[in-house]
Design a protein around this ligand. Structure first.
Ligand code: ZN
Length: 235
């Protein structure tokens, strides 16, 4: 947790900045279409930035979203070769309307600025309103997202870096990859603020202590994530 002096916004004190700096970051990978897509993450879920993710998400603090993007953008560039375009994982217009902004887009904008990449938030849309992933059991998540994204024709031939706030099973990122793939684009890597490691998912220690909304106790069961299969509506 960051100190009490931190009251939101994009500035944190030196001690907190040091704490964030010394928190380990890493790279995991997601299997997609026969490839392993690297996923850069800034911290394990529950680290000092995790409460800020919820602050940015539910209290609408742009400064906090920018702070998160800056922490991500301070890491080494998560790609090799030609620079990709950055695409944030989108919200539906309905949810965007309710929340006012997409925090993943704010995070992505700041990280893209640090890495010198072009941000293309309009190239991927969430067209199907889905239930909040957090309210579902792990096996339900892939099905919930089935065919929920639509990618723009401009993506044809583009290399893409996908950015989201939290990766749990990777179901959201995979569904976004599927839509981008359909449009002829290639996701070469992804980056998130917080990553929930497999053992944290399995042993039921994955709690959401920072989420200010009421969460049902059924939300997190001990069922291991299923091997990903294309959902039935895909073909
Ligand atoms: Zn502090």
């Amino acid at each position: 947790m960051l100190c009490a002096a931190y009251a939101g916004g994009s500035e944190i004190c030196q001690a907190c900045a040091q704490q964030v700096k010394s928190t380990p970051w890493g790279v995991s990978s997601l299997g997609f279409s026969g490839r392993r897509i690297p996923v850069l993450w800034r911290e394990h879920y529950g680290g000092p930035l995790t409460p800020i993710i919820y602050g940015a998400k539910y209290r609408g603090d742009w400064g906090q979203a920018r702070l998160l993007g800056a922490c991500l953008g301070a890491l080494p560039k998560p790609w090799l070769g030609n620079p990709p375009v950055v695409i944030p994982v989108p919200l539906t217009n309905k949810r965007l309307g309710a929340r006012g902004y997409n925090q993943s887009q704010m995070i992505a904008a700041e990280a893209a600025r640090h890495w010198g990449l072009a941000l293309k938030p309009r190239w991927l849309k969430k067209t199907k309103h889905t239930r909040r992933q957090a309210t579902l059991s792990l096996p339900q998540r892939g099905q919930n997202l089935c065919e929920s994204f639509q990618a723009h024709a401009n993506l044809a031939g583009q290399r893409v870096l996908l950015i989201d706030d939290i990766m749990t099973t990777g179901a959201t990122l995979r569904e976004a990859m599927r839509a981008i793939d359909k449009a002829g684009g290639t996701v070469i890597s992804a980056a998130v603020i917080a990553h929930v490691p497999k053992d944290q998912r399995k042993n039921n220690s994955f709690q959401r202590p920072f989420k200010p909304l009421r969460a049902s106790s059924k939300s997190f069961n001990t069922t291991p994530a299923p091997k990903h299969r294309p959902c039935s509506m895909s073909f």
